[in-house]
Ligand binder design. Structure first.
Ligand SMILES: Nc1nc2c(ncn2[C@@H]2O[C@H](COP(=O)(O)OP(=O)(O)OP(=O)(O)O)[C@@H](O)[C@H]2O)c(=O)[nH]1
Ligand SMILES: [Mg+2]
Length: 458
């Protein structure tokens, strides 16, 4: 770990103005010096750090010029990794970057693993684990909101909050230790009282963070939105409307859509992953049947279901079957084709009737209600991106849930009059789970797993 000098392309391959190759480690300067010739003939080792130098990358084997470049040397510890870094700005495209990288490897650098630059920044103490994860989220963010949340995390908003809680827990542990070691100096009742009140406060803070994660994770991952309904109700028309393009085939023939179609769209700041499906019905057509099964299978993992009815038809067995299948899910009931003479009746389904959003896709009516409802349900006005700490990482959320369980155990143990030793165990667990978020108590294999999800060159 943290061994050797690493190199990787920091820019993605493709036609572009420039490409950047990054080298980090104590031999960075020495390695790059072997292949760089500055305009004034100086070797890189003689160059001042944080200054950009113009020159050429030369193949030392045959003195052939590989590319015209700008090179900058950044001296440890004030760098991204806290190690010596050299960055080579060459021409974009794949050839130059690849050739330069090859030369660097020939001169003794090692190809960086995924996320290894950021991992070094973490191991060298420049950022904590949650900040390292934020770096990856930043480069893969698909919406402005998701970028902003990750930026807050990188700035340390979550880290500070977690560290404050951890500090409080450590103080409690210290107090307990004193009490156990020197019972004559400390009043056990007072210790228990302060454990109780501080634990309650901590439990509340953790709860708030967990609650924020529903919104945070939606911002990041997108809301999995499944469009369901019997054939011909206008599901694909709805998909096309939401995407604002003719993505799915729409015809008057029931059974037009056979397979599921997935697309992403940003609906008023909420990223949606929309899935159009085959109309649900009993069918002998093998392909359509498979489509129906696929649609039904998607129900479980959906965050939101848009169930579409056709106002011009009576409520049929298929409608009822779908309603039954999606019970307990988050559903918006959409009554489409309200421009036609209405035959549908929901008399026996009061709860559906109450929730109905009336739309006509062909006449472009009522559709803004869907957007409004998405915002209302999923981005409840309670959270403020600018000021609140919003958790947007599933790993963090799961650890917070574990921490909440442990701190609740602390409270319960105090209330049940258990010994200080028992209480201390649960406080330590809480401390450990929170420490896994920031990396204060993280095991190596877990760390490797986290960084393996990064991209190379970051
Ligand atoms: N009158 C009217 N027709 C509509 C409306 N929305 C869609 N349609 C028509 O209904 C027919 C079916 O639309 P689709 O979007 O293909 O329906 P679907 O639910 O995807 O159908 P399948 O893929 O077969 O399950 C098409 O002829 C659409 O033009 C509407 O609001 N009013
Ligand atoms: Mg369709």
């Amino acid at each position: 770990m943290n061994i050797g000098t690493i190199a990787a392309a920091a820019t993605s391959p493709g036609i572009a103005g420039i490409g950047i190759v990054r080298v980090s480690g104590n031999k960075s300067l020495e390695i790059v010096s072997k292949i760089f010739k500055s305009k004034n003939g100086k070797k890189l080792v003689e160059l001042t750090f944080r200054k950009m130098y113009y020159g050429w990358i030369i193949d030392p084997e045959n003195e052939k010029v590989i590319d015209e470049v700008l090179v900058v040397y950044m001296k440890a510890p004030n760098t991204y990794t806290r190690e010596d870094i050299v960055e080579i700005n060459c021409h974009g495209g794949i050839i130059s970057v690849e050739k330069i990288l090859r030369l660097l490897l020939d001169q003794g650098a090692r190809l960086a693993e995924k996320g290894e630059f950021t991992k070094r920044a973490f191991l060298n103490g420049r950022i904590d684990l949650s900040q390292a994860e934020a770096v990856m989220d930043l480069v893969s963010a698909k919406t402005k909101n998701s970028f902003e949340l990750s930026m807050h995390q990188l700035e340390g908003r979550l880290s500070r909050e977690i560290e404050t809680i951890r500090q409080n827990l450590m103080n409690l542990i210290a107090q307990i230790e004193v009490n156990i070691d020197f019972p004559e100096y400390d009043d056990e009742k007072m210790t228990m009282d302060s454990i109780l009140s501080i634990s309650q406060e901590i439990a509340q803070k953790i709860e708030k963070l967990i609650q924020s994660s529903d919104t945070g994770i939606i911002y990041k991952e997108g809301l999995k939105t499944l469009i369901l309904g019997k054939p011909n109700v206008g599901k694909s028309s709805l998909m096309n409307y939401l995407l604002n393009e003719n993505r799915a085939i729409v015809t008057e023939i029931p059974g037009t859509t056979r397979d599921t179609i997935e697309e992403s769209v940003n609906l008023a700041g909420v990223p949606l992953k929309i899935i159009d499906t085959a109309g649900i019905r009993n069918t002998e057509d093998i392909v359509e049947k498979m489509g129906v099964q696929k649609a039904l299978k998607k129900i479980e993992e959906a965050d939101l279901i848009l169930m579409v009815f056709d106002a011009s038809k009576e409520l049929e067995a298929e409608d009822l079957m779908i309603i039954d299948q999606i019970r307990g899910k988050n559903v918006f009931y959409l009554l489409n084709k309200t421009d036609l003479i209405e035959k549908i009746s929901f008399d026996r389904l009061e709860y559906v009737k109450k929730e109905l959003i009336r739309i006509s896709i062909v006449n472009n009516e009522g559709l803004e209600e869907i957007e409004k409802k998405v915002r209302k349900e999923f981005l409840s006005g309670k959270l403020n991106i600018d000021n609140d700490t919003i958790v947007n990482n599933l790993r963090h959320k799961n650890l917070l849930i574990k921490a909440r369980k442990s701190i609740r155990d602390v409270i319960e143990s105090v209330e049940n009059g258990l010994t200080l030793e028992c209480v201390e165990v649960d406080i330590m667990d809480t401390l450990m789970y929170l420490g896994e978020i920031t990396g204060a108590s993280v095991k190596e294999d877990l760390m490797d797993k986290i960084f393996s999800e990064f991209c190379i060159g970051k």
